[in-house]
Design a protein around this ligand. Structure first.
Ligand code: PHE
Length: 514
């Protein structure tokens, strides 16, 4: 009987699926707006350095862990580690929480795509859509919770259909078409964006050191630690790390594949798409603002509204073909969202598939995926109805407590625990486990079946033991302080410092030498 779990049809299929997971709202939405907030070029440089020294290393470690055990994230950690058995649970809870808002945001893209399509079909300003400006559209959408629930449901049905098709029959198939299509659409939007008058100002913002402050986009450059924390958090989210995805996808990979090369291609492609998305979004937003007579400081680059307000304005004000570009743009964001959402769902699905296989049963993927979709839909309802806090059911309202970053809406609440806490903590513990409890040799032995490079071995050794845990402690501090305002600065340093040192000692001390 062939493998009941399934496997990738080809290495390129795996690479496209992993890129599909990595390329998501994080790249097209998060990267440009975080870059906008964190001073353009400085952010870019720090981001790229982190992707190489931390992202690639954890990526290879996760793929190797998954492939070595041939199991999903919970069972993988349980099998290899005595001390960190339980961190696999962080890697399954986080994707489950992320899906609560990822599906809603995907639903938003679907709504924007349809709106632009209708706008293009019926003509601009024909009286049917009195005002398609970003602000009006966004406000109307957030305060129509049932439309949001409907579109979220629609997105979940799409994900259900893909994930129930299995690894090669569903996920790989979708990405083989979706990823090339996304790339082509992105190129079309870049060409349109860069041919707008004054687009060059946006390019300078991205690529000229110090330009963001000198030209007045932001009043002062944010501190190094704060940019490091923002870029680090963004990098992890964008590469789908510490969320069980790469362990899960790695578990379906053949022994002869080269994990270093695969990891490198995924990191490179994800970073490239993030930068390209920046080039598509930032110059368009800047050009449109300047052409309307705004000063650069007035243009919203630094917040979540960039995608749904500023950019919708660009399309609404572009003339007859504007809405068509709007359709292409939001369709590409939608593909990116779906290809990531299915990987999040797959983490949960693999967990149950493995349970069934362990009991000697034939896994019923359809049933498993169905119940996972229902559970996600239940939590997503909260996020959809909440409308980013517009509709009075945010955690802060319900609990009657002071409004903070983590409780001002359900999206931030879910994001706080998943991206803000579980992810940096999970990544820190993962690097301590691999670097100090199991030792780098554990991963490198697995890597060697497809790649032998003394240079990579040394690089991996230093990064996994020292660079990764320390960087993750800063990211953790940044997430719990700046990102969510859970605690103050000093408390943030103390909490993450104590966790780092405590777990470091825990990981390193008392291991049997063999
Ligand atoms: N990497 C995805 C993005 O950039 C999000 C994601 C995170 C997907 C974690 C899977 C796991 O949007």
């Amino acid at each position: 009987m062939e493998n009941k779990r399934g496997s990738w049809g080809s290495n390129i299929g795996f690479i496209l699926a992993a890129i599909g997971s990595a390329v998501g709202l994080g790249n097209i939405w998060g990267f440009p707006y975080k870059m906008g907030k964190s001073g353009g070029f400085t952010f870019l440089i720090i981001y790229v350095a982190l992707a190489v020294f931390v992202g690639l290393v954890i990526m290879v470690a996760e793929l190797a862990l998954g492939r070595k055990t041939g199991k999903g994230v919970v069972d993988s950690y349980r099998e290899v580690s005595k001390k960190f058995k339980w961190i696999g649970w962080l890697g399954i809870i986080a994707p489950f929480l992320i899906m609560s808002f990822y599906s809603v945001l995907g639903g938003y893209c679907l709504q924007y795509m349809m709106l632009n399509a209708a706008e293009f079909a019926f003509g601009v300003n024909n009286g049917i859509f009195a005002d398609v400006s970003g602000g009006t559209t966004f406000g109307a959408m957030l305060t129509s919770p049932w439309a949001c629930v409907f579109f979220t449901l629609f997105l979940m049905v799409l994900c259900y259909v893909i994930v129930k098709g299995g690894i090669s029959g569903g996920i790989e198939k979708f990405n083989k078409i979706g990823m090339p299509a996304l790339f082509v659409m992105l190129c079309i939007i870049i060409i349109r964006s860069l041919t707008l008058p004054n687009a060059v100002e946006g390019l300078k913002f991205m690529f000229v050191p110090g330009y963001a402050v000198n030209a007045g986009f932001i009043s002062e450059a944010p501190g190094f630690i704060s940019v490091l924390a923002t870029a680090g958090g963004q990098m992890f989210f964008s590469l789908s790390l510490a969320m069980g995805v790469m362990v899960t996808y790695g578990s379906y990979l053949g022994k002869s594949e080269n994990l270093v090369k695969n990891g490198g291609v995924i990191v490179f492609a994800d970073t490239l798409v993030a930068i390209l998305a920046g080039i598509a979004v930032i110059p368009a937003a800047v050009a449109n603002g300047i052409n309307k007579g705004m000063s650069v400081g007035e243009i919203t680059l630094g917040g979540p509204k960039l995608l749904f307000v500023t950019l919708q304005d660009v399309f609404a004000e572009m003339g007859t073909f504007g809405p068509l570009f709007g359709v292409i743009f939001y369709a590409l964001v939608l593909i990116a969202a779906i290809s990531s959402a299915i990987s999040l769902m797959e983490v949960c699905a693999t967990f149950f598939v493995d349970r069934a296989v362990d009991k000697g049963k034939e896994p019923n993927r359809m049933k498993i995926t169905f119940w996972i979709s229902i559970a996600i839909m239940a939590e997503a309802m909260l996020v959809a109805v909440c409308g980013l806090g517009e509709n009075g059911i945010a955690p802060a309202n319900l609990l009657g407590i002071e409004v903070k970053g983590w409780n001002d809406c359900w999206l931030d609440f879910m994001d706080c625990w998943s991206e803000g806490v579980a992810m940096p903590l999970g990544a820190m513990l993962c690097s301590l486990m691999i670097g100090w409890e199991l030792g780098p040799k554990f991963t490198l032995d697995e890597v060697h079946s497809g790649n032998k490079s003394a240079f990579f071995d040394k690089f991996f050794y230093i990064c996994i033991r020292f660079v990764c845990p320390i960087v993750m402690a800063f990211v953790l501090k940044g997430q719990i302080c700046d990102g969510f305002g859970l605690v103050g600065e000093a408390a943030g340093y103390i909490i993450s410092g104590v966790l780092l040192i405590g777990f470091w000692i825990f990981a390193a001390v008392g291991n049997k030498k063999d």
